[in-house]
Design a protein around this ligand. Structure first.
Ligand code: GDP
Length: 423
């Protein structure tokens, strides 16, 4: 059984919580793209956890967690994340964490280059999380990066480090005028943060294939949402990896296997961190009210998120890109603040109404068309069954299902593990 859990919108849909909830039925949870540029928040009986690199399954004892080959791994960040979790009593051993030998290593100079470029762009910045993600993926495609598996062969790795550092300094020192990085620093970095991870590194594609043959249930956990996918998203305001479900078997290392199910995580309203077009965005007091109610501040960066009502145009596109068979609608409880709930059901582009998500460049010219739906204006955070939900909440769910042509199977009404209603 292979299931992908992916984001339908701009990210921060509450995937961490839903993976944590759904993972109870799986043996393996695997991340397949991205790095430590997003944060998944999981709240369970042991406390609140923010996970940047580790799959959310790390919080359940019987689950094996995999960092797949499509990922970029900041080894310092990973070491610190593992240490933080261990302090809270989470057990992490090579038995429950496996890191692909083909995953890329995010180096300190990738983070440096990300910051230098964002600073150079100043007012015109892309809203990078400054965690080196675009530079490390760029080097991966230049074939001038380092793979996790190279940590197992240090002699060859250190020799190659010399060549790569020379090449990188052409940009760091020659281009940006920053102090050059040194080979010794890089080797010290590999030794301090890479070598302790060696026992976790293996051919995770082989591991997953064998686990699948043995009947293990595998869940692929995406980071960010469809609209941040490098190819399908609001380019260039996207991440640098493929966030879509179809990429999951490839990024996980099992391109020979087919997904059985794609579960899309969709938020009951819209949020977007960072730059880029966001048609249904609220401003001023309206935005403040929704942001405060939803606690919308980035898990990885602490940045206030841009907020707005549910966007049918963008979300239907997200449902299509993710091939979502089922949807989990999260944070429905936040909409309890409204008597009437606005929904963006179309865009106006050059005087015409459109319902299909346009080419990204055109988004800047699109204006939102809002419709109003009756609210329930009562606390639903304690509801645990469909029958507990007010009629207006069920009507809102049905409205979205119909508008986005999708099946909403789960509704989340609070941050806690059990605050989920199965419809
Ligand atoms: P992710 O990156 O997609 O996992 O999303 P984030 O972790 O950035 O954001 C989700 C935030 O919303 C976290 O603080 C969760 O604890 C919280 N959360 C998730 N689902 C719900 C829900 O249904 N209701 C409420 N009130 N909070 C939720």
């Amino acid at each position: 059984m292979l299931t992908s859990i992916c984001g339908i919108n701009w990210g921060d849909e509450g995937k961490g919580k839903m993976v944590d909830f759904l993972s109870a039925d799986y043996d393996i949870v695997c991340r397949y793209q991205g790095g430590n540029n997003a944060g998944h928040t999981v709240i369970n009986e042991r406390g609140k956890f923010i996970l940047n690199l580790l799959p959310s399954g790390i919080l359940r004892e019987n689950i094996v967690n995999v960092l797949g080959m499509g990922m970029v791994v900041d080894i310092k960040h990973l070491s610190e994340e593992m240490a933080r979790l261990r302090e809270k009593g989470v057990k992490i051993t090579p038995a429950n964490l496996k890191i692909s030998d083909r995953a890329e290593i995010t180096m300190p100079y990738h983070v440096l280059l990300d910051c230098l470029e964002e600073d150079r762009l100043a007012g015109k910045k892309f809203g990078s999380t400054r965690r080196g993600i675009a530079p490390v993926y760029a080097d991966r495609f230049m074939k001038k990066g380092f793979r996790m598996g190279e940590l197992l062969h240090p002699e060859a790795l250190y020799a190659r480090a010399k060549e790569i550092v020379e090449w990188k300094n052409l940009t760091i020192a020659g281009g940006y005028g920053h102090a050059p990085v040194t080979v010794d620093e890089m080797i010290a970095y590999f030794k301090q943060y890479g070598e302790p991870l060696r026992e976790y590194i293996c051919d995770t594609g082989l591991y997953l294939n064998e686990a699948h043959k043995a009947g293990k249930r595998i869940m692929f956990e995406a980071q960010l949402g469809a609209l941040r996918d490098i190819d399908y998203g609001i380019w260039p305001y996207t991440s640098s990896s493929l966030t879509i479900a179809a990429y999951a078997p490839i990024g996980a290392g099992v391109p020979n296997l087919k997904l059985d199910k794609s579960v899309g995580i969709m938020k009951a309203y819209s949020t977007c961190v960072g730059e880029g077009p966001f048609v249904s965005e609220y401003f001023g007091e309206k935005a403040e009210k929704l942001r405060a109610a939803g606690g919308e501040y980035g898990a990885a960066t602490g940045r206030p998120r841009r907020v707005g009502p549910f966007d049918v145009v963008a979300s239907s596109y997200g449902v299509r890109c993710q091939g979502a068979d089922e949807i989990a609608l999260t944070k429905l409880d936040i909409l309890s603040i409204y008597d009437e709930i606005e929904v963006c059901t179309a865009y106006e582009l050059d005087g015409k109404r459109i319902r299909e998500f346009p080419f990204p460049d055109l988004l800047e010219k699109c204006k939102p068309v809002y419709e109003k739906v009756k609210g329930w204006h009562t606390d639903i955070s304690q509801c645990r069954k469909k029958a507990d939900l007010p009629k207006e909440a069920l009507d809102y769910i049905a409205f979205i299902e119909q508008a986005c042509n999708c099946k909403i199977k789960y509704v989340a009404v609070g941050p806690a593990r059990d605050a989920v209603i199965c419809l």
